[in-house]
Write a protein that binds this ligand. Sequence first.
Ligand code: NAD
Length: 394
Amino acid sequence: MQITICGGGNAAHTAAGLLSAREEHQVNVYISFEHEADRWRTGIASQGGIKVNREGDSILGVPGRISTDPAEVIPGSRLVLLALPAFAHESILKEIAAYIDNGSLVGALAARGCFDLCVMDVLGSKSEMITQFGLQTLPWACRIKEYGREVDILGTKAKVEFATCPPSQAVELASFLSSQLDVNLEPMESFLSLTLAGTGQIIHPGVMYGLFHDWDGQVFVEAPLFYQGIDAHTADILQRLSDEIQTLRYSLAERYPSIDLHAVRPLDEWLCLSYADEIEDTTSLQTYFVTNRSYAGLKVPVVSANGGLAPDFQARYLSEDVPFALLATRGIAELAGVPTPTIDQVLTWSQARLGKEYLVDGELTGKDLTSSRSPQRYGYQDLDSMIGAMFCQD
Ligand code: NAD
């Protein structure tokens, strides 16, 4: 199969290395930046491929073309994989749109919220001629060891939720990609489920808000603990964020009984399912986090400031999870007429830290909405039209 990986970072190194190590694939890499593409070409030439280190083993994959010209790599690709941060999805899709073949599989790892609406917006009627897919998150924790040459897989998630549009393709495609990437993709009913079920949109902005909404600017000597720093107040914020998404889920289920949203789980239920053996004390949502062995020792993202360390409010916990996840859900809630006071509280604080304007007087009319994934940004002003667009291909 001809495959093109789009992107030049950690995920792209991993996906390109793993897929091109399989003889049956011809793997190209599309990178928007010439300086990155150059480093890939040099790195690959120097050792004959991209090395992926996993569990003490090394796999050498040999990608074919590395190009900044989509015309050289996209035509003929049956699988096009966007392996880069959500803020780059739209620009990359615009760059490659004219070259995508009908019948191809086009998807993102990780997709974040309303990726399907983004694809439909950029590709227009062509989006009906392809299968879109998205992973809830990246299946690996991975870091480039040497750019263009080597990447380390530090861990692989037990399973990752996966959706397609049209939804009927999810089971078959999840099985195919799981086998090719050597991961466990769990098919979901729809992109709507994938958007609402993402727990990163609750946990990352929720914990940042809980830890720092009244931060006085005093710098730290050491980065504070992220999950183990969750106190009762922060846990309460997380609970209320989760509750508001559950209210939205049940409101949608009542209005559209044929849409299955069972996978949009409350936060505590998701934690139990994902970390059953890792949580020592299940007394409360707070103890689910602070006694979860998988979260132990993980720190707040920080930047150097005034001779110490300050929270990095531009890190992806806010800069990706707010515009490309929580705002997608908030936009759907607005269309459904479901009030979201706690989501609004967290969004209002987050947008100030990010220097952005999405919510104005409780409405999604801010000037920066155009760089978010809220459905309003794509012109949806009523729920039926958005649901119609999301499910029209089945
Ligand atoms: P990354 O930071 O390594 O990706 C950066 C690359 O993306 C750049 O090198 C460039 O090639 C491309 N890019 C960035 N901005 C661009 C733009 N405007 N136009 C075109 N290309 C652009 O990211 P990553 O670590 O590969 O992560 C990919 C996604 O997976 C992100 O959403 C990230 O949050 C998520 N994720 C990553 C990890 C991990 O361990 N790496 C874990 C969980 C989730």
